[in-house]
Design a protein around this ligand. Structure first.
Ligand SMILES: Nc1nc2c(c(=O)[nH]1)N[C@H]1C(S)=C(S)[C@@H](COP(=O)(O)O)O[C@H]1N2
Ligand SMILES: [Mo]
Length: 203
C-alpha cells in the first residue's frame, strides 16, 4: 500500500518545510480514517453553526456558504498513522475569510475553538491557529465534490497539523474562553499535532 517518496518530488513544500515530515511514508492512496460510522448529510440538509461565546448563534446553509469567498489550496496531507499525500487541490473557504464575516459576533474572550462534526467527533485548536493562512473548510477535492468518506459535504482541513485536527462533516464551531480536549486529544493524541516535530501523542 505504501511506496517510498518518489525521487522526482521536491525536497521542500510550499512553506519551505521538508516535504515528507519525519516518520512519514508517501502514498498515492487516500486512506479513510474515520472513528465510528460515516454520517450521510445531503448538502441540501447541511448547515454550519457558530455557538459558545457568540452574541448570536448564526447558521449558514449550503447556498449561503457558497456565497463566502471561495479559494483553492494546493497542499499536502499528513496523517498521524504515518502516511502523507502530496499535491492535492482543496477548494472551499479559508477560516480567516469566514472569520471576517463573524468576528463582530464573537466575544473577545474567545481564545479557543472546538470543531463539532455530524456524528459527534470533536477537535480543538487555539483561535489563533485556526486563523493560520491555510486552515479551511473544504467541499471540493481535486475539482470533484469532496467524497462523503473524506468528510463531504464540508470538512475542515489543517494542512500544517496532523489530519485529526480537521473535523470531517463539520457541523459547528464552538468559541471557548479556554482550551478543552477534543475526541482524539482525550484519547492520547497530542494537543498540538505538528508533523515536522512529530507531535503525535501526549508526552
Ligand atoms: N468527523 C470526523 N473527522 C475526522 C475523523 C473522524 O474520525 N471523524 N478522523 C480524523 C483523522 S484521525 C484523520 S487522519 C483525518 C482523516 O481524513 P481522511 O479520512 O479523509 O483521510 O480526518 C480527521 N477528521
Ligand atoms: Mo488520523
Amino acid at each position: 500500500m505504501f511506496t517510498n517518496k518518489p525521487t522526482e518530488l521536491p525536497e521542500k513544500n510550499s512553506y519551505g518545510k521538508v516535504k515528507l515530515p519525519p516518520g512519514q511514508l508517501y502514498t498515492e492512496k487516500f486512506p479513510v480514517m474515520t472513528y465510528g460510522p460515516t454520517p450521510i448529510i445531503e448538502k441540501e440538509h447541511w448547515e454550519l453553526r457558530i455557538h459558545g461565546l457568540v452574541s448570536e448563534e448564526k447558521k449558514w446553509n449550503w447556498d449561503q456558504f457558497a456565497e463566502l469567498p471561495q479559494t483553492t489550496l494546493h497542499s499536502d496531507f499528513h496523517c498521524v498513522t504515518h502516511w502523507s499525500r502530496f499535491d492535492d487541490d482543496w477548494s472551499g473557504v479559508f477560516f480567516k475569510d469566514f472569520w471576517e464575516t463573524i468576528k463582530e459576533l464573537v466575544n473577545p474572550e474567545a481564545t479557543h475553538v472546538m470543531q463539532h462534526a455530524y456524528g459527534g467527533y470533536t477537535t480543538n485548536l487555539p483561535l489563533s491557529w485556526m486563523l493560520d493562512e491555510d486552515v479551511m473548510f473544504a467541499h471540493t477535492f481535486n475539482n470533484e465534490p469532496l467524497p462523503v468518506e473524506h468528510g463531504g459535504p464540508v470538512r475542515i482541513f489543517t494542512p500544517k497539523r496532523y489530519g485529526w485536527k480537521g473535523a470531517k462533516w463539520i457541523k459547528s464551531l464552538e468559541f471557548m474562553a479556554k482550551d478543552k480536549p477534543g475526541f482524539w486529544e482525550q484519547n492520547g493524541y497530542s494537543n498540538t499535532a505538528d508533523p515536522w516535530n512529530e507531535e503525535r501523542y501526549w508526552e
